[in-house]
Design a protein around this ligand. Structure first.
Ligand code: ADP
Ligand code: MG
Length: 751
């Protein structure tokens, strides 16, 4: 037979549990030493790898080649340690520990392990969750699901203490991490997490460090040794600090004597009091309290709405923790669950269940900020809490988890001058969940069309205050060239799966096939996202950033705003059949009317030289211009011609047509009538199309501004017939931040 297990992979201790086939209740599987908890410590000894209390003892006595607390660096690509010159990441070490836990559990139960639910701090980012999943796979485990530690604890608690409509604040202070989660017991045994916060660099170890600090100071003043400056002496003190903490945490303990033996000095004894310990760690407790209040505020509740506070994690055994929480919430915290075991037991409960299906995205905007729409969650402070009962079976309990972190993308604001975090899935949204957005993307016939997406995790508006797990590069985008239609639509689907892991998918237009996506590590220097957007913000020579409808260049999403010339009134000439003789300087005004404020008009009167339209663009702006041209009636003006330019592209057209030049070289010779499309994209890619056919392109990065000009130039004013060039149906499109009427939301799709 094979079994499913729940594994609490802790920073300091780990535990494995399963559903006992006889009692049908969750139960801890003892390890090879017969203990319920296995220290998360590994000792490397003469080519052997040692786990359990032996490794822990070796670690505490300061032996080398021991590693502990490696979970704190889960998801970090750099090695956590080197053993005999060999690098080990936190993921490698976790895989070794998980393999050991698996083997012990298989030996204890005599069963093979089919699959496992593994717990992680609610605050773990996608990268840390993915690393946990990879570590489990490397350990020979099939991961059924990753669940959040506080939720697992709440499940273990809820099984025996179900109270409909209760709001339970789960306070989980472990060895290395702190998580606080508000869970709601709803109808039909549905346990929903509402909001969660945490600090994955705050835990029992920080209390140990404060004890160490007090002890070092005291020993130094007793002995006049420089303990802080001596690694060996310091490790003697740090090795004892955790047990001193535990002694001070024992009931009725007001002070404890601590003895140490320092080489070259001998034995020395000092005293440390509970009051001192509490005073020196009060700020750490305050930090946890602030997060508790933040969680309530985010849920729109006050401390009065908290039905109970549930203590989880070994560090809640310090008596100042429940005392502090009692002051904060005005009620005695519950210690109904064994804080060391609850997480593994809850994971075991989940291991007997099927995974959930995707929830529909529900976002509301409060004070201009996207948050989770919780109107349907049943969370209300006015509904009375039902009496406590035991759920008769595990099947009556269902867990609905939420995402601790909002998911967003690096975007450029509407004004195009700074980067911000455009939130797509708000924090505390039920997971799994997905959302799809569509973008207009400008493709180039020659370039490899790629779209880069910087995904963010976090609520902060500043991308640099968020975690940027990866840079995703969508490739294989087909070039689209359809005359009147500019660019192609790319649909991007963002999801949090059941495990809280991020996925990005992309499809082009109405295709039902996902485009290939490459995941790259985030460039070392991303400080540009904290600076104003300038043309210097480049990534391999191109401007980066994007995305929810932003302008930008290579690999970026494009949206265009039309610069309207549709009402250019040059056609007025048509109404005057002949030029009044002798009235060369008295011709009708040429009306060039356009909607854009910053277009310059030159020469409102045909008698002036060089009338036309000029528009100055930034060389890094993407730009497209299309128009129909007819120069057939220029001839009455001797020497008159139509001048067209867009940076490198220029044309000098007479009544017979003329040459289209690209950087001075002729790419096409045209007749008087033709359709012209010119573009400047990808931060310097010039392209020319005549009558729908690409005739030339050239890349030239330039820092100087680019003039767009349609000018009518007269060599001589002396003519008797009216003349002009028709430039009609001009559409000028510039990549911009936002297209007001364009809703970026689109339908999601299944994998
Ligand atoms: P994690 O989940 O991070 O592995 P645990 O929930 O197992 O952590 O808690 C381990 C932490 O609890 C350690 O910092 C340990 O020192 C602390 N701890 C365990 N028992 C006690 C105790 N009796 N008094 C004070 N702290 C304790
Ligand atoms: Mg724990």
């Amino acid at each position: 037979m094979s079994i499913s297990v729940g594994i609490d992979l802790g920073t300091t201790f780990s535990a494995v549990a399963y559903i006992d086939p006889k009692t049908k209740l969750p139960q801890i599987i003892p390890n090879g030493e017969g203990n319920k908890l296995t220290p998360s410590v590994i000792q490397f000894l003469d080519g052997d790898v040692i786990f359990g209390s032996e490794a822990e003892d070796a670690y505490n006595s300061g032996e080398e080649n021991c590693v502990a607390t490696f979970k704190r660096e889960m998801g970090v690509d750099k090695p956590y340690c080197y053993i005999d010159g060999k690098p080990y990441t936190s993921e490698d070490l976790s895989a070794m520990l998980l393999k050991h836990l698996r083997e012990d559990a298989e030996a204890a139960t005599g069963e093979t392990i089919k699959d496992a639910v593994i717990t992680v701090p609610a605050y773990f980012y996608s990268k840390e969750r993915e690393a946990t999943i990879r570590a489990a796979k490397a350990a020979g485990l099939k991961v059924k699901k990753i669940i959040d530690e506080p939720n697992a604890a709440a499940m273990a608690y809820g099984l025996n203490h179900w109270r409909e409509n209760a709001n339970i604040l789960v306070y989980d202070l472990g060895g290395g991490t702190f998580d606080v989660t508000l869970v709601h017991m709803g109808k039909n045994g549905v346990l929903s997490t509402i909001t969660t916060r945490g600090n994955h660099k705050l835990g029992g170890r920080d209390w140990d460090a404060r004890i160490e600090d007090i002890l070092v100071t005291r020993f130094e003043s007793e002995t006049e040794l420089d303990i802080r400056g001596d690694r060996e002496l310091l490790s003697i003190v740090s090795g004892m600090s955790e047990s001193v903490k535990k002694q001070l945490s024992a009931q009725n303990m007001q002070a404890t004597k601590v003895s140490a033996s320092f080489p070259g000095y001998g034995k020395v004894t000092v005293t440390i009091t509970k009051a001192e310990f509490e005073e020196n760690t009060a700020d750490l407790l305050d930090r946890t309290g602030a997060l508790c209040l933040a969680v309530l505020e985010e849920a729109g509740l006050t401390h009065k709405d908290v039905t109970d506070v549930l203590l989880v994690g070994g560090s809640t055994r310090m008596p100042q923790v429940p005392a502090y929480l009692q002051r904060l919430f005005n009620k005695r915290p519950l210690s109904h669950v064994n804080p060391d075991e609850a997480v593994a037991l809850g994971a075991a409960i989940q291991s007997s269940k099927e995974n959930e299906s995707y929830a529909a995205l529900s976002v509301q905007v409060v004070d201009g900020k996207k948050t989770t729409d919780r109107t349907k969650s049943g969370l209300s402070s006015h509904v009375s809490v039902r009496a406590e009962r035991k759920l008769n079976s595990l099947s009556m309990l269902t867990l609905r988890e939420t995402t601790a972190h909002a998911m967003g993308v690096v975007a450029i604001n509407d004004e195009g001058n700074h980067y911000y975090n455009e939130i797509i899935i708000p924090a505390n949204h039920p997971r799994p969940v997905r959302a799809a957005k569509k973008f207009r993307f400008y493709t180039s016939p020659r370039a490899n069309n790629e779209l880069a997406i910087y995904v963010l995790q976090g609520d902060s508006e500043n991308p640099l205050d968020c975690q940027i797990p990866y840079k995703y590069v969508v490739n294989g985008i087909k070039h689209v060239n359809r005359g009147e239609k500019i660019g192609t639509v790319i649909r991007i689907q963002y999801s949090y799966d059941v495990n809280g892991v991020i996925h990005i998918q992309a499809r082009q237009e109405d295709s039902t096939v996902d485009l290939p996506i490459r995941r790259e590590s985030v460039p070392a220097d991303i400080s540009q996202f904290g600076r104003p957007v300038t043309s210097e913000n480049t990534d391999q020579g191109f401007k980066v950033g994007l995305q929810i409808g932003t302008r930008s260049s290579q690999s970026l999403v494009h949206k265009y705003k039309a610069i309207t010339f549709s009402n250019v009134e040059w056609v007025k000439y048509d109404n005057i059949p002949t030029h009044p003789s002798g009235a060369e300087f008295n011709e009708p005004t040429v009306h060039v009317i356009a909607n854009e404020e910053n277009i310059e008009f030159h020469g409102y009167n045909i008698s002036e030289m060089n009338e036309g339209v000029r528009y100055t663009i930034d060389p890094s702006d993407d730009f497209e211009i299309e128009c129909d041209i007819n120069t057939s009636t220029i001839s009455p003006h001797p020497g008159g011609y139509l001048e067209i330019s867009l940076g490198l592209i220029s044309a000098h057209l007479t009544e017979n047509g003329g040459d289209i030049l690209l950087d001075g070289a002729c790419v096409a010779t045209v007749a008087p009538r033709f359709h012209l499309k010119m573009s400047l994209t990808n931060g310097g890619q010039y392209e020319v199309e005549i009558d729908g056919k690409a005739v030339g392109s050239k890349f030239k990065a330039s820092n100087s501004d680019v003039d767009v000009r349609f000018g009518f130039v007269h060599e001589s004013h002396y003519c008797h017939l009216l003349s002009h060039a028709y430039v009609s149906d001009i559409s000028m499109m510039q990549a911009v931040g936002q297209e007001g009427d364009d809703n970026p939301d689109t339908d999601t799709w299944d994998d």
